[in-house]
Design a binder for this molecule. Structure first.
Ligand SMILES: NC(=O)c1ccc[n+]([C@@H]2O[C@H](COP(=O)([O-])OP(=O)(O)OC[C@H]3O[C@@H](n4cnc5c(N)ncnc54)[C@H](O)[C@@H]3O)[C@@H](O)[C@H]2O)c1
Length: 340
């Protein structure tokens, strides 16, 4: 039995706790959270041992795996602590707020010879896997244009950490990181990024909470992404992409059924893709928790086989952090930034 400890019992960790019940040979045995009410809920719902902090949970020992699902500024210290204690770690995205912190996590995983996987969930999301496969196979010829969007309302989180650039890194690190990571995963590293941003809600303190980024690869392809956690209440969370190929347009819209349509002839068609775990009440801004289940399943399958996860290596997650850092710099200086 793989014994799992969960650091955090906020909105995302509650989803992970539900999904952790669904894997064979995996047992959630402990949960830590800084808020007493969350600890009470965790104990009542799962009958597990509860701790006031992730640090205490890790130090208590007896775990094979630690899930780090706490505010982003705590990813580095809790991940390294768990690896040093001899545990494998699944850490939510974004890996950390700068490449140096990521490198420390990678070094700790290497030293401990343990698996470290970051929850870059789009790499397990059927609609995005479909797009990557379509690009790789060149089924519809070369990709000429890709635009992505991830737009929704304001997140505050525990002690307002989402709104604080030092603890949360702003929307670019939190929400937009999904598309930034998907762009790197699908297309590799661009030569240059050019980002613009603004904010609406006064609680954001003027950080970049609505952003547009252009990614420059070459003169034959245009790539852009819009990210926001700054829309007015009532506007529904929206994730989309439109990929223009030489011989087709592939379009995804999370608010439409079917979510993906391929325009490659007289009538558009909806390609088949793996379904989800529809009945989870995840509390997340998506109706279908399937991809989160898929990433967990992949992680545990790697552990069961004794191999390190390759679909998201910590090095590739660090690359996404480095690129988003460059986007923040670009948005602040209002200049394009070349990537090393
Ligand atoms: N993959 C995704 O789509 C996705 C979606 C949402 C959030 N996330 C990520 O999940 C992480 C958590 O986000 P959230 O929305 O659940 O935040 P949240 O603010 O809802 O919850 C964070 C929880 O961490 C607890 N906490 C704080 N310090 C702690 C410590 N030292 N030990 C144990 N618990 C501690 C708090 O009490 C709080 O309940 C973030 O990194 C976020 O980026 C990922």
């Amino acid at each position: 039995m793989i014994k799992v400890g969960l650091c955090g019992f906020g909105s995302m960790a509650k989803g992970h706790a539900q999904m952790l019940q669904l894997h064979d040979g995996v047992e959630l045995v402990a949960i830590a959270d800084a808020v007493e009410e969350n600890r009470k809920k965790a104990a009542a719902q799962y009958g597990v041992k509860v701790y006031e902090s992730g640090e205490e949970l890790i130090d208590a020992g007896g775990l094979d795996v630690v899930f780090v699902v706490v505010p982003t500024y705590l990813h580095n210290p809790l991940t390294i602590r768990a690896l040093n204690k001899g545990c494998h770690v699944f850490c939510e995205k974004p890996m950390a707020l700068n490449p140096q912190l990521c490198q420390e996590m990678i070094d700790a995983a290497k030293k401990a010879d343990k698996a470290l996987m970051i929850g870059q969930v789009l790499r397990f999301w059927p609609e995005y896997v479909f797009l990557k496969n379509t690009i790789d196979s060149k089924l519809y010829g070369k990709l000429l244009a890709l635009s992505m969007q991830r737009v929704g309302g304001v997140s505050t989180g525990w002690q307002g950490w989402y709104l604080d650039e030092v603890r949360g890194g702003s929307q670019l690190f939190d929400r937009h990181i999904h598309d930034a990571d998907a762009i790197l995963w699908m297309l590799g590293k661009p030569k240059e990024v050019y980002a613009h941003g603004c904010s609406r809600d006064p609680r954001t303190g003027g950080g970049v909470f609505h952003s547009f980024t252009e990614y420059y690869y070459n003169d034959d392809m245009v790539v852009s992404a819009e990210g926001s956690s700054d829309t007015v209440e009532g506007f529904p969370f929206t994730a989309t992409y439109r990929a223009v190929f030489e011989k087709a347009v592939v379009e995804f819209d999370c608010r439409r059924k079917p979510t993906v349509l391929v325009y490659a002839g007289a009538e558009p068609f909806a390609p088949e893709m793996e379904g989800g775990v529809e009945d989870l009440k995840s509390g997340m801004n998506i109706k279908n928790a399937g991809p989160y289940f898929f990433e967990e399943r992949y992680f545990f399958n790697c552990l069961k086989k004794g191999i390190k996860p390759e679909t998201v290596t910590p090095e590739s997650a660090m690359q996404s952090i480095a690129m988003v850092r460059a986007e923040v710099e670009s948005a602040k200086t209002r200049k394009p930034v070349k990537l090393q």
